[in-house]
Design a protein. Sequence first.
Length: 319
Amino acid sequence: MKSAESGVRAGARMGVLALLWGSTFLWIELALRALSPLQVTVARCLLGAGTLLVLCLATGRRLPRGRAVWGHVFVAAFWCNALPFALFSLGQRTVGSGLAGVLNATTPLWSLLLGLALGTERGLRPVRAGGLLLGFAGVVVIFAPWQGTGQVGWGALAIVAAAASYAVGFAYMGRHLVGRGHATLSLSSAQLVAATVLTGLSLPFDGRPPAHIPPAGLIAVVVLGIFATGITFHLTYRIIADEGATNAATVGYLLPVVSLVLGFVVLDEPFSPRAAAGMVVVLVGVGMTRRKKPLQVPLARGPRRTRPGLPDPLAPRTK
């Protein structure tokens, strides 16, 4: 009963995470109308860190201590926060929010490739190998390099790089931070604090912020920082702790659907049949890579029957 309840809670967390994470691209798109990509990145890290620090104070949690822990925190913050956040903001200057969410769905594919490179994924079966190839074929369908109007460009490549960066960050968090006796809220708070420091160091090179921010842009930045970054990142940490890094990356199943729908309904982005077809191909490929080899459970054998007076042919022999 407890395992069923924990499974329901984990599924609910993944559903909420998909909704929050899928809406991230909408809020980035709106925030970019008022701020530069770097300013959006710093603002979402700062607001997200502030949100989680308040939760830490409210629940009596403390930030982790020790140089070694904070060293891992800063490395994870670079790969899972600072770098991908900046790449998404840069990429969405030329790429719509719906397509950004679709390209982000390649994160599980990069996670599998990374696992193969690190040796944590062994024995890639034909089905999973085919899923890996199919998933990246879906990306090619989205880019459509054979057409002059394809989606190939530095913005789309930046978003694909951000998805790969997430995979590196998830793997690093799962190996060096999760399951080490630290509360997930403390780790997620510390990581966003580190991301704020990393992104803030480059802020002086970005010029002055605008003197006036439109209300819509301000609301977008606040929602992006508090909900789509702070709360979302804490839920990601919880899923990594409870379900593993690969399952955290699998939230990408629902994420592109959310981003496409929001982009089409809220931002009036044009619906691209090619992008939708590529999304389906990517998700089918991701699903194939998630297939695990079924456990071979040996059948229980009943007692062997022998005829009276005859030796058991399977009994150990003695001289």
